[in-house]
Each structure stands twice: as C-alpha cells, then as structure tokens.
Design a binder for this molecule. Structure first.
Ligand SMILES: [Zn+2]
Length: 313
C-alpha cells in the first residue's frame, strides 16, 4: 500500500488518491496469490482448507490493506526501509521505527514486513494458536509475501519511490496526484496491459512455462547456492558438465580448483590473491558498455591493467 510521504502536502495528496492506486494494487496482490494457489503442496492445500474452506488465496489477498486504516499499528508492517547505501537487511536498523507517527511504533521492534512474515509464519504453524489467530496470520502472510515482491517495498529512498516523480506511459498525472515510481510498480504497469486479473495470471503462467521459469530463472542461468566450499564448491569442481569454472579467491583455493578441474580436462579462469586494477581512458569510454566491463574485470585480466581499446573496442 502507498506509504506516507514526508511532506504535509504530499500526505494530503495521498489521502486523495483513488483506492485503485493504493497497493501493490489489489490486482497485483490477487495475481501473486493466484500464482501461489496453483503451486500449493497437497499438505498446504489441506491446511488452508481447514482455515478458509473453499475460499481462494486471491480472495483474502487484500484483506490486510482493507483493514489498515482501522489497525494503525499494522501500517509499517507492509514494507521495510533498507537504506540504499546498506549492504543488506538489518533487523535492528530497519525494523524499529520509534519516530514513526503510527500507533505502537515506540514499542514495536518488529515494525517491518520481514519480521512480520516470520511472526505470522510461526502463528500459522502453531497448532496451539487459536483458529482465529491462524486465519488472520494466513491473511497477513498472503498479503505480505505479495508486498515484499514489489521492489519499492524494500528500499528506504524517497519513501520507497513514492517521492520519485515519473512520466507513466506519457502522463505525469495519475488521478489526482503526480505519477511516481512506487505507484507505477503498484498498479500503473499492470493496468497499462488492460488485462483483467485472470487474463494476467494466464499470461504469466504461459511465460513461466514458455521461458522455463519454474525454478525462478531461465534455463542455463545459475542460481546462488549457499553452503561450505567443502560441500558445494567441491561438487561443482568435480562435475564434468561444467566445462568452465571461473573463481575469485585465495591462491590456496585457486590451486585446489586448478588441480581438480584440470584433472578432468576442464578449463578455469582464476583471479587469486589480490585485487584487479582497471583503467579506462576517456577516449575508451564510448566504446565500452558497462556489461563488458563487469564481465571482463576479474575474468580476463587476472593481475594486470585492462586496456579497453585493445580488449573491448
Ligand atoms: Zn500492503
């Protein structure tokens, strides 16, 4: 849902906004919930049915937004303001907002969407919790997981993009307020397609299957794998399907990679034991695309100076 802006004038504007623009709009939440519905495990289906019967996840997806005015203490639960300069999420820094004007902020140390997802997950899975509490937890979860997938629900700059004016498909005025980046993501992009909810869901399902996105990435693109080098790393080194291993790290690690991958006649690109230097002259910049630079640094020049006019021009 739309966040409060920092100026009085902006707050007035936001109060005048039509309800269709308040949200990862209702359509967005229903679309996310519909996609989730078709991917429930058999156990999850049984558990959900025991709480909400035959109602769909889409039908409860906007409950948390609808009840927000009456439950002011839930206002900040829909997003998390991670500073742009931060390297990641910090519970202490990002989820305690004592200066927020909303109810309970002075005492709520879990005043953000990340913590609230965890809290409601626990309630939902707690068989000792009351049925009403578990139903409410499910409604919050369906909504918040949708919210947190709107990128501007996770960044602290310009009130999550609400303060960044944009031209949205040729217009600068969105209803009674100037178009802004947060709103474009919430609703503008979806509404521009002129697809109804079910049509949009069908469109996305087709994209997911056509582009083989079931695992979250297109075919052939790797994911981050979390684990110790002695387990994940060794498996990758030994896997002969991976013909090229590129790695950055210590010299000791590089020797190990060279030994294992070399023994199976694989190839390696190693950047070891220090930092690279990259020098691009003024003349070269217009020939160098940023992607080339990122791709080349650490890969092509293990310990030297990259001459873009020679390598990339
Ligand atoms: Zn929300």
């Amino acid at each position: 849902m739309k966040r409060a802006m920092i100026t009085g004038a902006a707050i007035v504007l936001s109060l005048l906004m039509p309800s269709t623009l308040l949200g990862w709009g209702p359509e967005g939440h229903e679309i996310v919930a519909s996609l989730a519905q078709t991917r429930l495990t058999a156990n999850a289906k049984i558990g959900i049915r025991s709480l909400i019967g035959d109602a769909s996840l889409a039908s409860i997806a906007n409950w948390a937004d609808e009840g927000r005015p009456e439950r002011d203490e839930t206002y900040n639960w829909h997003f998390v303001d991670i500073p742009e300069s931060a390297s990641g999420f910090s519970d202490e820094r990002d989820c305690f907002l004592p200066n927020s004007r909303h109810k309970g902020s002075a005492t709520d140390h879990h005043n953000c969407v990340v913590d609230r997802i965890e809290i409601f997950k626990q309630v939902l899975s707690d068989s000792n919790a009351s049925r009403d509490d578990r139903i409410e937890a499910l409604k919050y979860l369906v909504h918040f997981v949708g919210d947190v997938h709107q990128p501007f629900h996770a960044i602290g700059e310009a009130a999550g993009g609400n303060g960044i004016a944009v031209t949205e498909f040729g217009r600068t005025q969105c209803g009674r307020h100037p178009c802004n980046l947060h709103g474009a993501w919430d609703s503008g992009l979806i509404q521009h397609t002129r697809m109804g909810r079910d049509e949009y869901v069908a469109h996305l399902e087709k994209l997911i299957s056509d582009e083989h996105l079931t695992n979250g990435v297109p075919n052939g693109v790797s994911c981050v794998v979390v684990g110790r080098g002695s387990t994940v790393g060794e498996r990758i080194l030994a896997d002969s399907r991976l013909t090229l291993i590129s790695a950055t790290g210590s010299t000791r690690m590089g020797k190990r990679i060279g030994q294992v991958v070399g023994a199976r006649l694989g190839r390696t690109i190693l950047e070891l034991g220090g930092n690279n230097v990259l020098i691009i002259s003024d003349k070269a910049v217009r020939y160098v695309r940023s992607g080339d630079v990122v791709a080349e640094v650490g890969a092509v020049m293990p310990d030297g100076v990259l001459d873009p006019s020679a390598s990339l021009g």
